[in-house]
Design a protein around this ligand. Structure first.
Ligand SMILES: [Zn+2]
Length: 251
């Protein structure tokens, strides 16, 4: 911990990767109710509801840990306050997006979550015109769908129709069969531009709770950067070193 904080202090840039530990899927999978709901989603070709369903389960069963994650990530934001940093998340939990990460010039965000979650919706068929924000009415429909799921019934939530082809709208995340990646593209471009500027500068890479679910987003590129950039140091906080406890101990 001390060594990492020292390295961050000396670094010009800090790149943070937040992984599947923030979804707490391993804890959710221990809950038989969660297993039943997941099965229903698969049977009904609606795995894109998973990020929403997981958040409902976390609120119900793992609320204390959710608050710890929020606190821990707030601690991290404070530690990084004076640095040029960027946060990439492969988690589908909405919490990392809710942390007040500081903004860049022109109010550009320092955060990207390429897997999506349930803040945006898209056309089932991935039409370009489809991506919009999930509305309060959509949220009510999602809540209703979740209640039905818990009662053992599947009822696809009404999220409106695609303005182009008229097909149903679904949640914009990696579990959609035709995932529309434009949902995160703007922030991804900001990230790539930021990353280019780190070349030949002191860079610290922090991989926190990454796991092995989507290695192409964080694990593999971070390792490549650490290998090819002489001034880059990579630290993995995972496994035995509990990522949430580590974040909580930052302040
Ligand atoms: Zn469409």
């Amino acid at each position: 911990m001390k060594e990492i904080l020292q390295k961050i202090e000396e670094a010009e840039y800090v790149l943070v990767g937040l992984g599947q530990a923030f979804d707490m899927e391993n804890l959710l999978e221990a809950n038989p109710e969660y297993g039943k709901v997941w099965e229903q989603l698969q049977e009904n070709n609606a795995p894109w509801l998973l990020p929403y369903v997981e958040e409902r389960f976390r609120i119900q069963y793992l609320n204390k840990m959710e608050e710890e994650i929020r606190q821990g990530l707030n601690n991290l934001a404070s530690v990084l306050e004076k640095k040029s940093y960027f946060v990439v998340s492969s988690s589908t939990s909405p919490i990392p997006a809710q942390i007040p990460w500081k903004k860049m010039l022109l109010k550009k965000e320092r955060y990207v979550s390429p897997c999506g979650d349930f803040r945006k919706k898209q056309c089932l068929d991935g039409c370009e015109e489809g991506i919009t924000e999930v509305t309060e009415t959509d949220r009510e429909n999602l809540r209703h769908c979740y209640e039905e799921l818990r009662a053992g019934k599947f009822l696809a939530p009404n999220l409106g129709k695609c303005p182009k082809c008229g097909k149903n709208m679904i949640l914009n995340n990696v579990y959609a069969a035709k995932y529309d990646e434009k949902g995160y593209l703007e922030n991804w471009i900001t990230y790539q531009t930021w990353l280019q500027n780190t070349l030949n500068h002191k860079l610290v890479l922090l991989e926190i709770g990454e796991g092995n679910r989507f290695p192409s987003i964080i694990k593999n590129p971070f390792q490549r950067i650490a290998l090819f950039q002489q001034k880059a140091d990579l630290y993995c906080i995972d496994g035995e070193q509990n990522p949430i406890a580590w974040l909580l101990s930052l302040c």
